[in-house]
Design a binder for this molecule. Structure first.
Ligand code: 5RP
Length: 261
């Protein structure tokens, strides 16, 4: 059918022109989206990275430091190797994964038993309260993390701003458990009001299992940490209230924010 004829004397836009207008419009949308991303929405990985970068200021040359586990800590390891190559004597690692990454980056890793007291421990968190009580263990490394935190003078926690909460518990609370005690501990945790779930097909670096407690509102973290630690078969709980962070460094759209208690 002849479109021009059907429309009488009205103007018919050539198909090529329509395509070109459509392409210009689509490309403008992409540019506007990129601008919005750049202007106001920092990528979550960037937020973790600026928090990790800010933590370098706490690293003393020649010291032995503790290093945790997770995606935020991975940025810290990479930045430590890049910005302070060979400047620390060694690191104590909270997981096989972090040990491997540090060794790839040329950072010497030693055992805690050979290190003595550590000046700082740098690690991430799954949630932090304003009192710097933490939920940790999303990556399953909670027990070694707790040990290294206990052996360190200062715990520098690094995270993106989404981790700061008014009340802990939205993130399921990890508990490391001796495998044969799984059902026994599950029952006891249920009695505390939570809804424990077995993290199936996951084995910790210590050969144990993880139960994640869903549906908790943690109004008294100190008390809950003590109660869970009392359950026979529990190795450790990812509630860091008895040993909270000393400094929380949060990366966000407007830069880095530090909270100290
Ligand atoms: C691992 C942890 C991590 O610190 C926590 O899960 C946060 O990880 P990420 O930096 O990837 O958000 O406790 O056991």
């Amino acid at each position: 059918m002849n479109t021009a004829g059907a429309l009488g004397n009205s103007y018919v836009m050539p198909a090529g022109l329509i395509d070109s207008i459509a392409m210009t419009f689509a490309s403008s949308l992409v540019k506007m989206r990129r601008f919005a991303d750049w202007y106001q929405l920092m990528h979550p990985e960037e937020k973790k990275k600026i928090a990790a970068l800010a933590a370098l200021e706490y690293v003393k040359p020649g010291s032995i430091i503790g290093i945790g586990t997770g995606s935020t800590v991975n940025h810290f390891i990479d930045l430590l190797a890049e910005k302070m190559p060979g400047e620390i004597e060694a690191a104590v690692s909270s997981s096989e994964a972090s040990t491997e990454r540090m060794q790839q980056q040329g950072i010497r890793v030693i055992e805690l038993n050979d290190a003595g007291r550590l000046s700082i421990y740098v690690d991430g968190a799954d949630e932090s309260s304003h009192q710097l009580h933490l939920i940790k263990g999303g990556g399953g490394a909670l027990t070694r993390e707790k040990i290294i935190a206990a052996a360190s003078d200062q715990f520098i926690c690094i995270a993106d701003e989404s981790k700061l909460v008014d009340t802990l518990g939205n993130f399921p609370l990890p508990v490391e458990v001796i495998p044969m005690a799984r059902n026994l501990v599950w029952q006891a945790l249920k009695g505390l009001g939570g809804n424990p779930a077995w993290r199936e097909e996951f084995v910790t670096d210590n050969g144990n299992i993880i139960l994640d407690i869903h549906g908790l509102r943690i109004d008294n973290p100190l008390e809950l940490e003590d109660q869970i630690n009392q359950i026979t078969g529990v190795v450790s709980v990812g509630l860091f209230a008895r040993r909270p962070a000393n400094v929380l460094i949060l990366g966000g759209d407007s830069g880095v924010q530090k909270i100290e208690v």
